[in-house]
Design a protein around this ligand. Structure first.
Ligand SMILES: [Zn+2]
Length: 218
């Protein structure tokens, strides 16, 4: 589903052409996303839980076209992809009960310096979700990619703090990709400590289930 106006699509396509000149999903020339790859970004949202049992709604499975597009926005600076990916995030957000705040997982200083933008917040803005930047990192964490489930949990443990809630309120944590869920659990811990009720998490993509424990390569 793509409800962006035609002019916005045109701008996206011109910008993407300037960057790469080919489809982000399959490399055919002359378009930001060809129609089949656009369709690959409209999936039925899926449900997961983190190791501590936090319910997670994921817009996409992290494989194929979706994985390529997410890598391009995270690693190659192709922010024009935030629009179609944001549409997928917006569709998944509609699975959540209304009346909650949306709190993005904080972006590390080094990642922000490298990219110049915060991926979860960029996606949220394109999904028309209000950004409540309430969490911040309080220490550096090691690269998660080489780590297993237990190591990831240890690595991120107590790495975030949240500004305290003035009134009790319900929030949802938002991130780009869930692998083991350790980062979301740490975000939820920090928010609950600050007085929030964390109802769940919303993510753009979840790694395929069969690879959850075996492969952490992104
Ligand atoms: Zn394509």
């Amino acid at each position: 589903m793509d409800d962006s106006p035609r002019w916005a699509r045109l701008i996206d396509e011109v910008a993407a052409f300037a960057v790469s000149g080919c489809c982000a999903g399959c490399d055919i020339p002359g378009t930001l996303l060809c129609p089949p790859c656009r369709r690959a970004l409209t999936q039925a949202p899926q449900k997961r839980t983190t190791p501590t049992g936090l319910p997670v709604v994921a817009a996409l499975t992290y494989e194929g076209v979706a994985a390529r597009c997410i890598r391009r926005i995270k690693e190659d600076g192709e922010t024009v992809l935030a629009r179609p990916l944001g549409s997928a995030l917006a569709a998944a957000a509609r699975e959540l009960p209304p009346g909650q705040g949306f709190v993005p997982v904080p972006t590390s200083r080094s990642a922000f310096r490298k990219r110049g933008y915060r991926v979860p917040e960029l996606l949220m803005r394109r999904a028309a979700l209000p950004v409540d930047r309430r969490l911040r990192s309080v220490r550096r964490i090691a690269d998660q990619r080489e780590l297993g489930v237990a190591e990831r949990a240890r690595n991120v443990s107590r790495s975030m703090v949240a500004r305290h809630a003035r009134v009790e309120c319900d929030v949802v944590v938002v991130d780009d990709v869930i692998t083991t869920g350790a980062t979301l659990d740490e975000a939820a811990r920090a928010l609950e400590y600050a007085g929030f009720r964390v109802r769940g998490a919303l993510v753009l993509a979840a790694t395929p289930r069969h690879r959850d424990d075996a492969e952490n390569t992104w």
